[in-house]
Write a protein that binds this ligand. Sequence first.
Ligand code: IVH
Length: 668
Amino acid sequence: MPAEENQVAKRAAELRKQIAEHNRRYYEEAAPSISDREYDRLYKELVDLETKHPGLASADSPTQQVGGKPLQQFAKVTHRAPMLSLDNTYSEEEVADFYKRISKLLPNEKIPVVIEPKVDGVAVSLLYENGKLKSAATRGDGVVGDDITQNILTIKSVPERLRGDAPKLIEVRGEVYMDKRGFEKLNAERKKAELPLFQNPRNAAAGSLKQLDPKIVATRPLGLVCHGTGGTEGVDVDLHSKIFPLLKKLGLPVTEKFWLAKSVDEILEKIHELDRVRKNFAYETDGAVVKVDSFAQRERLGFTAKSPRWAIAYKYESERVETHLIDIVVQVGRTGTLTPVAHLEPVFVSGSTVARATLHNEEEIKRKDIRIGDIVVIEKAGEVIPAVVEVKTSARTGKEKKFRMPNKCPVCGGKIVQDEGQVALRCVNAQCPAQLKRRIEHFASRGAMDIEGLGEMMVEQLVEKQLVQDVSDIYELTKEKMSILQRMGEKSIANLLGAIEGSKTRPLWRLIFALGILHVGVSSARSLADHFGSLDELMNASVDELQRIPDVGEVVAQSIHDYFQEPRNRKVIAHLEKLGVRPTVEPKKKTRDSAIAGSTFVITGTLSQPRDEIAETIIARGGKVSGSVSKKTNYVLAGEDAGSKLEKAKQLGVRVIDESEFRKLLAR
Ligand code: IVH
């Protein structure tokens, strides 16, 4: 392969990997690490490469797929009609090209188009049958999504029953959003509770819908905007512009404004008009969607692999400003990850003053050729953390300095590694003071063990003076030991010691969360505490057993297992116990009339439903599911071709049931 082609192939592979990772973060974790604009740039670069070099095309490129994988924990819904995405552009010229293209495909025809807001939310599909909501689902991979019916029903503007003359079947497509004000309020509350902040309303909405507990969703300020239909029976409409009044009549919320246009000029004019009014909408919008109005014309235009030929999304640029990059400082996080952070001359952008921006990693800095001393363009698209998007190379004086990641940890001087498949570097010294500080701050934070008075400054001193070398040392602090600390009067020392004492009997989930196990957030910590009831049980659980718990997938299960296999961690936990940390267990909400509650099941063999779904049913009713048969097992649910577990059950005299008996237990 000639050198240049080789380069191109390498870049395409790199882009695919990055985009796949960003997709995973966006769709599956609702925690993107780059702005939408940045993402679109990477995406466009890949599309351009693939177009210019058709030899590069590959079916598994993200350009050929829609969205993320459905999450593991929800039941699945197959959409009646696939949920596609739209071609995106930031250029008016490409909007013009779009209209010219369709005009060529439908020569000598008038082609009215609708211009409507592109709502920056989470795509959902609501299926109503005979007027009743049958299911609500996320997009998932476009074909199968997650069943989020219970979560959707907590949204006030979503009717469970349609009004008036409802069609036999209608799949309604729309976006769930968090309104801008509600988002600010929610983040302010989370900040107070020292919980991680949502980056923008879209992520907050996505994160909310991913909650397995509808009660939590009900507290979130969510809304819905419907913008079309999927599969239908008994809907007799020929124009998209008639869909809005129809949906509205049925009691569904639709966009507050849309426009019709019949030429390129008119389209652009309406796009500008929408841009002027959209800031008054309750929800965030990131663009305008231009759609052919006539369904008959749409049918003749058809689709490409991924998107319809009859629509295009024009995205508005997010706000950008120039500023001076004063320095690049490497931060060490709780798990040792090194992140270069840009220290900026403070500037005002999108409603707040910005002095820091993430630079992600060295690769990113090199690719954008960001140097210390540069004038840079930063962008903030409603996000909490702004990004450096561009360097004003023409403004360089020659004094700018290239940045290199350190080859040692900037804090402890320890060894740095790059984990396989990861871009980020990590300091592997578990004793690294920076990591230790972050770990202790996290342990004591309000969302975890809630130790008042043990904030950033205090932790800084305790670690510097070597009074605390791991989290368990907190419980060995005394008045005498703390007398060497600066700015600490007797009163504040007494208060802190009181708060530390008080934290010894916090609920178990708080302790599990406080340990800072990689990937274990509050919600999985709660599930783990509910399921295991004690740290001892959790510590000895197999990966298999862990995976059966709601909120715990493969990666999380492995991470928990690894954490407890580490002798150092076990030592810290033993030390905590020795020092009197006795987490309390909140009594389990037993489902009274269930025969399942309190029983332990082992599931084996082939059953009519995936095993993890059955396990979820059991757990939801207060039962436990274990990976191995022991005397403590109450039931072995055996499907076809059950092997050694069935044998073991017989040996131990554990009751073996088949699926129909299991269904009877469920029904009892
Ligand atoms: S129409 C076949 N209209 O943006 C096209 N989508 O990247 C169906 N979106 O998948 C989509 N506002 O999730 C449409 N007014 C709107 C929209 C909208 C937001 C989302 C939707 C879509 C994505 C396209």
